[in-house]
Design a protein around this ligand. Structure first.
Ligand SMILES: Cc1cc2nc3c(=O)[nH]c(=O)nc-3n(C[C@H](O)[C@H](O)[C@H](O)COP(=O)(O)OP(=O)(O)OC[C@H]3O[C@@H](n4cnc5c(N)ncnc54)[C@H](O)[C@@H]3O)c2cc1C
Length: 406
């Protein structure tokens, strides 16, 4: 008998989120669920048909993504009903937005995170009220595309101490010189957040530099085996000039950068949760249809054990993401919380994509079944936003009080 007290939701959660066995999604508001449903429909209609082709030719489907932007996944008014913060939707919605994007494709989710995660978070955390006013609305509505340039050719994991891009102030003008590597979306960005070391005081500062500014040169990184759709750039800055109004006023040392990374690492832990789910669901679909020995693959004991591990990984990753989101909402989370979530979720993601690939057999190395794309793309997610080792060392430092980076 139907429980008459049960409130009808905009979607049937058990059908909409079949892999969310512990019902984390039940805490989403109706408005959030409506946006997530529209987001899924747009992703399925506009982007899914293009994924294999664009992955293979290593291009990003910009035009199709523009159609998805119409859902207003960052600034839809439904996300702000009864919410005091009018710039950022709830952290729980953020988990399920990444879940949705990465469950479809990791490059699509990465394109979003570079803009809506890294660039936007840096602006909101590091900008003055005036600067936030200048760029936030345009960012949230995708009128401008942003990127985030921290990593350098010679400094990845040791960027905190090693950052070599320089900023020199002459009068009211800053002059930036240096190189950045791996920067997602660099070739198409309208605005780039660039981290550079102030020659005067040796501290790391952040600048919002127009992508087309004189002296900015972007070279696409070719020949990748992971996130092939993501357009990563190697950027060279030669005497690039920007005014003080483009220096983010609240980024005055690497400590400020670290507090931004605390946010963006949480985002990537959610992205890893979505990718884990995408690989698992693709594998589950496959084994329910493929027959060997006259029976569905899914009916074999050894295959079911792998499905169980994958489902448990999805659940554990969601648990990390959702609890972290609750702590973020309360404002009481620390660097160790984000680093442990990223480390854990990426580890379980990597295990899951390998199991998914395995149960799909030979077809698991073709783009046709989706799992190959997830398998390859997981490698980049495993390494960016702090490699496994760097996040483990952050957790280790918390546990022992001893920094063991060097
Ligand atoms: C697809 C992709 C997209 C990216 N997008 C961006 C972006 O948009 N913006 C941006 O700024 N950056 C971006 N990055 C850069 C990314 O954050 C770096 O790749 C990452 O920080 C690791 O740096 P690295 O690749 O130079 O590796 P390295 O630092 O050279 O590390 C190589 C290996 O050594 C290990 N290692 C290093 N130091 C230690 C240590 N002390 N102890 C133990 N092991 C150690 C690492 O864990 C790793 O396994 C992206 C990277 C990729 C692959």
């Amino acid at each position: 008998m139907m429980n008459t007290m049960t409130k009808e939701r905009p979607v049937d959660l058990a059908t909409f989120y079949p892999s969310d066995l512990y019902e984390y999604s039940s805490a989403l508001t109706d408005g959030e669920l409506i946006v997530l449903k529209e987001l899924r429909e747009a992703l399925e209609t506009e982007l899914r048909p293009l994924l294999s082709e664009y992955w293979e030719k290593a291009e990003f489907p910009f035009e199709a993504f523009k159609k998805v932007e119409k859902v207003r996944m960052m600034d839809n008014p439904l996300l702000f009903e009864n919410r005091a913060d009018k710039r950022k939707p709830s952290e729980l919605y953020n988990v399920f937005r990444y879940f949705e994007l990465a469950k479809l494709d990791a490059s699509i989710a990465t394109f979003y995170t570079v803009h809506g995660g890294l660039f936007y978070a840096t602006l909101l955390e590091g900008g003055s009220e005036e600067q936030i006013e200048r760029w936030a609305e345009k960012t949230a509505s995708f009128q401008i595309q942003g990127c985030f340039a921290l990593t350098e050719p010679e400094h990845g994991s040791d960027i905190a101490g090693g950052l070599a891009t320089s900023a020199r102030k002459e009068g009211d003008t800053w002059i930036i010189n240096g190189e950045k590597r791996w920067i997602g979306g660099a070739g198409s960005a309208d605005e780039m957040t660039v981290f550079a070391r102030d020659e005067a005081d040796g501290n790391v500062k952040a600048f919002v530099i127009p992508g087309k500014a004189e002296g900015v040169h972007v070279q696409k990184i070719e020949g990748k085996i992971s996130l092939r759709m993501t357009q990563n750039g190697h950027i060279t800055f030669t005497d690039v000039k920007v005014g003080e109004d483009r220096r983010l006023q609240k980024v005055n040392s690497f400590r400020d950068v670290a507090s931004i990374l605390r946010i963006t690492r949480a985002d990537i832990s959610h992205l890893a949760t979505g990718l884990t789910t995408g690989a698992f669901e693709a594998a589950l679909r496959y084994v329910k249809n493929r027959q060997q020995f006259g029976k569905n693959l899914g009916s074999f004991q050894l295959v079911q054990e792998k499905l169980s591990i994958m489902q448990a990984n999805v659940t554990a990753n969601l648990a990390f993401s959702v609890r972290l989101a609750q702590m973020q909402e309360q404002g009481n989370y620390r660097e160790v919380n984000s680093s442990m979530a990223k480390m854990h979720n990426a580890l379980r993601m990597r295990e899951t994509v390998a199991l998914a690939r395995e149960v799909v057999g030979g077809n698991g190395i073709t783009l046709e079944t989706d799992v190959a794309r997830f398998f390859a793309d997981a490698e980049a997610i495993y390494s960016y936003e702090g490699t496994h080792e760097i996040n483990a060392l952050i957790v280790g430092r918390y546990l022992t009080g001893v920094g063991a980076f060097v």
